[in-house]
Design a protein around this ligand. Structure first.
Ligand code: FAD
Length: 406
């Protein structure tokens, strides 16, 4: 019998596992894939560094030598803006990493095992029973394994195991967006200035292309946006992907004749959300709660934040405390997600793009927005957090007026 079973060994599940182990709670992580596995979500936010530090992942992750991400660049036609995390409003981490997730998640998984956690790889959850006490059944090498536990954390990402098994309502398709990505051997990178900088090229109001260089000479390249920009059926995956990258004036030459390390991976219709975030003996975290859109690289930060927060509340519950999960978990997590929803909505409506690329964007406002892009979404001193919608709308109006009169 384990005290806590965690479904999924992504950032949410592994951060939660490490925190529980730190508090002397026994953990079994059940992961359907065999590591290392390819997964998207490679541009991190500084906020996650706090979580890695708190659970003991920071030093091993530093030792792995991932590429440092000091900020991000957005480009639209001949306009360009750099957000530098050291210039942000919030007093927080000023850098993070650009990571191939296969290796990154492996480092965290190794740490969990070193801390005494157990991880079953290649083990797919088949069923979950809530009563009389949680019982999890998974298939491993064709054999069914049953585990009784006190609590379950569902960190299965898009796998959405508990919502699926317990019939919890999931809403999908809030944004009509698709994405496709691959990794390339970035042979031409040294011909370009600032070659390791992460860049988002906005090729249309609802279409953008990312470039995330890693420290090993490989770069992640991906395209995301409204599905109207993509073919429904593709015969020559690699040829089609190259034609999408040809749509970018800044990436076309760098990735000409690119050497793709795997066939492009599609995410068709990735936005999804769950209304109920916890039950008597279980809690959802990471993407399993909600995923909106990758434009602000917020997925892993929300995963590590919610994984850590869920596990902290679980420690208190296992120590006999009565925790108000509606207030302390669901409402709190939804507050952060709602903020990102405002930013994503504002991005695709074009307002936030006007703000990013405005000639007259004041340094102070830019620093406050930069804090949101760093993941500091609970800093209530920041007006672009506290009154996110009002602040963005007001700034957009003022910039329009200034633009007209200049
Ligand atoms: P995951 O990392 O998905 O981990 C869940 C784990 O659960 C997986 O290992 C899976 O194998 C396992 N699992 C699933 N089902 C089962 C089952 N039945 N039994 C056992 N195990 C199971 N985020 C960023 O921060 N930066 C980015 O640049 C970024 N880019 C993105 C681009 C795209 C196109 C998309 C779609 C997302 C992007 N994201 C990005 C989001 C990011 O991928 C996720 O938010 C993040 O990985 C969530 O972490 P997680 O731990 O919740 O889930």
């Amino acid at each position: 019998m384990k005290e806590v079973v965690i479904i999924g060994a992504g950032p949410a599940g592994l951060v939660a596992a490490a925190n529980l182990l730190k508090h002397g709670i026994s953990v079994l992580v059940v992961e359907k894939e065999v590591f290392p596995r390819i997964v998207v979500g490679e541009s991190l936010l500084p906020l996650s560094m706090e979580h890695f530090d708190e659970v003991g992942f920071l030093e091993p992750l530093k030792a792995a030598g991932f590429a440092v991400k000091p900020g991000a660049r957005f480009v639209k036609g001949n306009l360009s803006v750099d957000f530098d995390f050291s210039q942000q409003f919030t007093n927080g981490w000023t850098w993070t990493w650009q990571v191939p997730r296969a290796e990154f998640d492996q480092v965290m998984a190794n740490e969990v095992i070193k801390m005494g956690g157990e991880i079953e790889f290649g083990a797919k959850i088949e069923s979950v029973e809530e009563e009389p006490g949680p019982l999890v059944k998974y298939l491993m090498n064709g054999r069914e394994v049953e585990v009784q536990c006190d609590r379950i954390i569902d960190a299965s990402g898009f796998g959405c195991v508990l919502p699926d098994k317990l019939g919890i309502e999931v809403t999908t398709g809030q944004y009509p967006n698709w994405a496709v990505f691959t990794h390339v051997q970035d042979k031409n990178k040294d011909k370009y200035p600032d070659p390791d900088r992460i860049v988002f090229d906005v090729v249309d109001q609802d279409l953008w292309i990312w470039m995330i260089p890693f420290s090993n000479g490989v770069t992640s390249v991906g395209v995301a946006g409204n599905k109207r920009h993509f073919k429904e059926k593709v015969e020559n995956e690699r040829g089609y992907f190259s034609s999408l990258i040809d749509g970018s004036d800044i990436f076309r030459e760098r990735f000409k004749n690119m050497d793709m390390l795997f066939d492009p991976v599609w995410h068709r219709g990735y936005s999804r959300s769950t209304k109920v975030l916890h039950g008597k003996n279980w809690v959802l975290c990471g993407n399993c709660v909600e995923f909106l859109d990758p434009i602000f690289s917020s997925g892993v930060a929300l995963a590590t934040y919610s994984g850590l927060h869920a596990s902290k509340l679980m420690v208190r519950q296992l120590n006999g405390e009565d925790v108000d999960m509606d207030l302390e978990y669901d409402e709190h997590i939804m507050q952060g997600i709602d903020l990102f929803r405002t930013y994503v909505d504002s991005w695709y409506s074009g307002k936030l793009q006007d703000i990013f690329f405005a000639k007259n964007l004041n340094k102070e406002f830019k620093a406050q927005i930069c804090s949101v892009l760093s993941g500091y979404i609970y800093d209530m001193e920041n007006p672009f957090v506290k009154k996110h919608k009002t602040a963005l709308d007001a700034l957009h109006k003022v910039l329009k007026i200034m633009d007209r009169s200049s």
